[in-house]
Design a protein around this ligand. Sequence first.
Ligand SMILES: Nc1ncnc2c1ncn2[C@@H]1O[C@H](COP(=O)(O)OP(=O)(O)OP(=O)(O)O)[C@@H](O)[C@H]1O
Ligand SMILES: [Mg+2]
Length: 371
Amino acid sequence: MATSFATFERLKDKGVSAFKAGDYPTAKSYLIQAADCMIEMAEATPDESRRRHHEQLATELIDLAKDCDRLSGSPGKRRAPLREADDGGADASDWLVREKPTIGFDDIAGLDDVKAEIRLKMIYPLSHADLAQRYGIHSGGGVLLYGPPGTGKTMMAKAIAHEVDAAFFVISPAQVLSKWVGEAEQNIRKLFDAAKAEPMSVIFIDEVEALVPKRQSDSSSVMQRVVPQILQELEGFDRTADRCLLFIGATNKPWMLDEAMMRPGRLDARIFVPLPDAPARYRLLEMYLAKRPLADDVDLGQLCDRLAGYSGADIKNIANRAAARPFTEAVNGAEPRSIAMADVEAVIAETPPSVLLKDLARYDAFAQTGL
Ligand SMILES: Nc1ncnc2c1ncn2[C@@H]1O[C@H](COP(=O)(O)OP(=O)(O)OP(=O)(O)O)[C@@H](O)[C@H]1O
Ligand SMILES: [Mg+2]
């Protein structure tokens, strides 16, 4: 073989160190050499799945090299060099997204069962600590929110952090794959360390199936190491201590998740986030449509029936587009008018629900079999 793995590692490490130091031109040069090296190794590998690993890794390195261009090309945006991680992980703030979400349960239409389950598992043990202790109920733990797209899973994760007033850490799989090359393990460690340093934290991984997929041979080598470590950190968290860590994963493809993720102590509570039922659709219409000027003929009850099968995101989108009709007319010089039933109906007629029936069947199957 023309290139050895050691050469590759050396180039990659130099690239990653230069990237951390903010020296993007040097980083780019090493990263591209490392990617070339990987591509050469991929071409020399007869084994199909190994070849795909190599190619995946090369792609990650090229993505990182592209970031170098972007960062060095815009001096105003040049980011501060990353500090080294020898201070116990405090510098994780360089890449950790830490938010204080402002939306609460009241901002989410419907999903009463989901809210009740979350209150029981995550909120009451904290708000009623004495009772929880008496009954031996531990706070925290892991929850998987799964369900069709646009039903409020991401909103729900933020609302939970808001309801318990927690520090909210978001891990984006895309960021892990493009920026954590060679240091995914350290970053996971730092993330959990930062979360443990707070009295109360929520770690949220959106689209968790991208980061913790079934351990198929074709997942990238970064992920093959990341998955077991996330599981280990989750399990290792002491739930009896006076700190609380909630771990929330959200996915619309739960069947793609590694089953090991579901074992006790990990994402052991699975909560289905369904399409909105009639009362929830009514509430969504109130939230997104009825706050705008409506003509007298707009009948929310009737629209609510027409919108069976539509997601929350669909309904919001329909309301926006219905409002755009009189708005556009007015911009073009017409007398401003209210949104009429005909506007909403016209938009519904040209907008099928985004979630297909066959997809819904897939969630049922998952709920029953876990596959
Ligand atoms: N139950 C709901 N109540 C209020 N708004 C909602 C609800 N469901 C969806 N929406 C609206 O749709 C948008 C998309 O919702 P969200 O991102 O939470 O969906 P999701 O379930 O995470 O979807 P995906 O699986 O595609 O990530 C929200 O920003 C919100 O405006
Ligand atoms: Mg989402």
